[in-house]
Design a protein around this ligand. Sequence first.
Ligand code: TXA
Ligand code: MG
Length: 332
Amino acid sequence: MVAELASEMAAQGERGHSLNRMNAGPEAVERAVEILRSGGLVALPTETVYGLGADATSSEAVAKIFAIKGRPSFNPLIAHVADIVAAERIGVFDKYALTLARSFWPGPMTIVVPIRPDCPVCELARAGLDTIGLRVPANATTLAILEQLDRPVAAPSANSSGRLSPTTADHVADDLGSGVDLIIDGGASRIGVESTIIACLGGTPVVLRPGGTQREELEVILDTELADPADDKVIAPGMLTSHYAPHARLRLNATDVKPGEAVLDFGGQLSGGVVHIDLSPDGFLEEAAANLFASLHQLDAAAVDQVAVAPIPNDGLGEAINDRLRRAAAPR
Ligand code: TXA
Ligand code: MG
């Protein structure tokens, strides 16, 4: 037992666990609140992907996020809050927004609403917009931080701009490392794709980004069919086509494997490949979403040139998975 513990600690040392890293729990909450209060950056576990958090009311703190990520300043950040009451101090909720918040928070849904005149979130975090994306994440440690801080936390995904989103603390450490004051290790993100973003700006809500809340669930709760974002002029400013980029080129909807290619499979459709990763051998979309970014990180680490990606059904979480894969495959 003692030997096991010692070897686990040695392994952690080798993986580069350093002073700016803590496991999720009450001590990490206390430390994170101190750092956020004094304008620092904390990488936070959430059920979707890891976020890079700063006090959303402080433009000095938020500026550090844009700097370390290399994020263009026209791309607004999501403000994370502990509950609906905190969200309503920032934005104006119509009946759709309220229904969505009550049905899906805490959870993988970002609701874009008009700001209140006394909105406490700084202009830099909003990229100057008069709307704001709000989210209550479903992670106990991060929720405790938001409650104790009692301020909104601006948090994009904790990766360099244009790179893969992180679903483990190691992904964050490898990409942003010592530039972050504290990385909280809350294990692998349960859902593995970012939140669904839905705009409630008058009229029927519009999905700006498919994500962890499935379109079918939204349509049931809102009792209406939602427009396809592709048909809509409104998009999230950050939804540039080339995004979520791994180093390797992706060949989507592959039905065969070419010499030298690696394989990203789903439900055992393809065989062979210099590296073979199956997102879900039994063909479950939830499992595939949870494994998506970690698998792309793994393919990056294997330094392969091209990846044959098996077709993935477009229902349920498949919509978000296919969206991320299309962006990862886009020319750049
Ligand atoms: O699951 C998530 O949403 C994660 C976790 C950390 O919460 N966050 C995340 O943030 O994915 P980020 O910054 O990587 O992506 C947020 C997207 C960007 O494409 C941004 O343009 C869009 O949300 N966005 C933010 N505020 C918006 C607004 N007011 N109107 C339209 N789009 C907005
Ligand atoms: Mg992102």
